[in-house]
Design a protein around this ligand. Structure first.
Ligand SMILES: [Zn+2]
Length: 197
């Protein structure tokens, strides 16, 4: 321990994912010795974000206002709704720049082992939304884990009467991937979901 304040800073930095004692100490020393103004700006940005960022009322992603920019954007297609587990998934899909519909963030996936049931996710709000709004296609972009698949199945059962089309992301061979390195589950899925040319 260097000083009590230094130690307190290190302890707080350690809450970040992948940051252990050593890296936290290195970060703290770096800020203190070379980046004081930037460190102040970091503290201000953290404070601003922690106090100011809320959950969007419509899609349950993060937002600075009651309704987020993606939900407000008039150029996006209201008839397509993409259901994802987390806000990180929204960012990942946005980065592809290939999707123009709206989003809905569940807040995780069903997991009986961890005690996460439908009530812990925004499933009820999703069902209400598809009942109230004319949605032509619901894309279930939950994970390909057992939990993600179960969640997608649960939702498709719950909304099937209200949505015309329900789709799931294609699964298969990653770009640049060699078949021999794929696990048999992935290869099997890819073969089953093959696209015709
Ligand atoms: Zn939103």
């Amino acid at each position: 321990m260097l000083t009590a304040k230094f130690d307190a800073l290190v302890q707080q930095l350690r809450i970040l994912p992948g940051v252990g004692q050593k890296s936290a100490q290195r970060m703290a020393l770096h800020l203190l010795s070379k980046k004081r103004p930037q460190g102040m700006a970091l503290a201000a940005a953290l404070d601003e974000a922690m106090r100011g960022i809320v959950e969007c009322q419509r899609c349950h992603s993060f937002s600075d206002e009651a309704v987020c920019p993606l939900c407000q954007d008039p150029r996006r297609d209201d008839s397509v709704l993409c259901v994802v587990e987390t806000a990180a998934d929204v960012m990942a899909i946005e980065q592809t720049a290939g999707y123009q519909g709206r989003y809905f963030v569940l807040g995780g996936h069903l997991s009986p082992i961890d005690g996460i049931s439908a009530d812990d996710l925004h499933i009820e709000q999703l069902v209400r939304r598809v009942q109230q709004e004319p949605i032509a296609e619901l894309i279930l972009a939950t994970g390909t884990t057992v939990e993600g698949q179960t969640t997608a199945h649960f939702i498709s059962e719950a909304v099937s009467r209200h949505v015309q089309k329900i789709s799931r992301l294609a699964q298969g061979v990653p770009m640049g991937g060699e078949l021999e390195y794929l696990d048999s589950m992935t290869l099997g899925q890819a073969l089953q979901n093959r696209a015709f040319l």
